[in-house]
Design a protein around this ligand. Sequence first.
Ligand code: URA
Length: 229
Amino acid sequence: MNLTKLLQSQGFGTRRECRALVMSGRVGVAGEEILNPDAEVAEHDLIFTVDGKDWRYREKAYVMLHKPSGYECSQKPKHYPSVLGLLPTQLRNRGLQTVGRLDEDTTGLLLLTDDGQFLHVYTSPRKSIEKVYRATVKHPLSEEQLNALRKGVVLHDDPEPVAAQSAVARDAHTLELTLTGGKYHQVKRMVAAAGNRVEALHRERMGAYSLPDDLAPGEWCYVEPDTAR
Ligand code: URA
């Protein structure tokens, strides 16, 4: 692949900016500075450097972010900063989109990608991707509430009851809820319909991806695409 095109595909700017980056000696491939912006490079497994920092060529990017509270999942946020601001410019330039959304005050696992096919599969209701949430609730959890969540509760925008895959009390005020749907404010509305109230919400898992303990709020890491779906 042409080096300028490769840099552009990885989010390093416009064609003109990428050409200038190469010609000013800031790009290296296999330990060597390359000054020709039209040099041909083999992109497979390629590690290149920009200003001395290593980057791996990725045809598509898959990122896991530990979303902190106080961020919106929107590209055009209204009241809080966007989660996209937590990522480096190169990733933002690639046009990453969030795989589903978390509320501004929800924390935990958020996936982002520029792979439209992956995004479609992971957000399609027909694929039934499991999401595991930990909700801190206001009132002590009762068996009736847990049973209502398992059997299904009615939300105002849908006459069909919505059921959790599982609802487990980890302790009196901590609910582990596994859902396959992705309706607006689904956990908060289901818990309210069961007679309790969510005070804090955290997503621990989505499909094949679990939030690692060592990924602090605001931090992100690359992940591999889940090819099993
Ligand atoms: N359900 C909610 O109510 N909020 C979220 O952020 C995610 C699921």
